[in-house]
Write a protein that binds this ligand. Sequence first.
Ligand code: UT7
Length: 335
Amino acid sequence: MKGPNFVNNGITFKGCGSYLPTQVLSNEKISQIVDTSDEWIKTRTGIESRRIAEVDENVSEMGFKAAVSAMAMADWNSESVDLIILATSTPSDLFGSAPMIQSKLRAKNALAFDLTAACSGFLFALITASQYLSSGKYKRALVIGSDQLSSYVDWKDRGSCILFGDGAGALAIEASNDQNNLFGFNLRTDGARGSFLNLYNKKLDGNIVDQIKFRKGEFSNISMNGQEVYKFAVREVPIIISELLKETNFDSEDIDWLILHQANQRILDAVGDRLKINKRKILTNLNKYGNTSAATIPLVLDEFIRNHKIKKNDIILTSGFGAGLSWGAALLKWG
Ligand code: UT7
């Protein structure tokens, strides 16, 4: 019979993993390079230290290690994975870093590609993967968030260098035809406000021959208007979450855990207050790792699943936000 050869499926969560580089950059050490203090950074952001990748580490390497750990928890063999999406803004290969992860995993049956949406990247990748799985054509996906912002931070800019760190996290998700643990999602972009946070391609010209010039492929440093990004997050995140709760018929009391992109403890507190979500439900590890961009959400998930705080069937509300500007939220049940 002619017609579609697949049906809609739900998705379930099978495993998680993470990787953090071993070099620790404390607030005290940052105070040696810019005019700041441990006290200022802690009170304004909640961050105490962050991890910095070694020179021979990169996004694929970190993402690979996080993926190995997620696959072990899911008890999957490499050949059973059919999709790998890597959320990153700091690729180790501009043509795509996900294929390197696929190759290192020996996941030869997996389609693998990168997705860039800065700090919302993991959430956008999770929703993208869920659409592949719900089509019925793909069964097992690894969704990875891996970023190495230390390569692009302006280490002379005290307004931004204090925030960022490196790391990777991963989730193993599977299609199911009798269960759907992704209850809903909402994703947004507003390019008109993109200038608040960016990592532009430098305008540097080179000459090929005669009068034929080209633009060199070099990137600048992260440039950020901290106050505007702060206001954006505190305003937009509660709105998108409230809309999602309404669409899914959930109340904030139904939520077991809120996992927000780890940007600033004051943002986490303000969003929690606006949504009237009890502080003890807001999970964070920002103090240890800072803002690792696409990696923050899976890093928090992995830490609190492994320490048994998050349990099977817990309801998790998660939201990512950042450059683009981009933001989004998803509501899910672990398991
Ligand atoms: O994934 C999204 C990534 N981006 C973000 O999440 C950024 C969101 N924004 C923020 O987290 C905050 O805006 C920052 C932490 C970046 C800055 O905190 P703030 O409370 O908004 O500080 P501010 O920019 O209003 O600056 C207040 C003062 C200024 O001095 P004056 O003009 O009052 O004398 C700054 O020059 O603090 C000064 N300042 C610092 N002082 C010590 C700015 N950075 C530092 C610093 N140490 N690191």
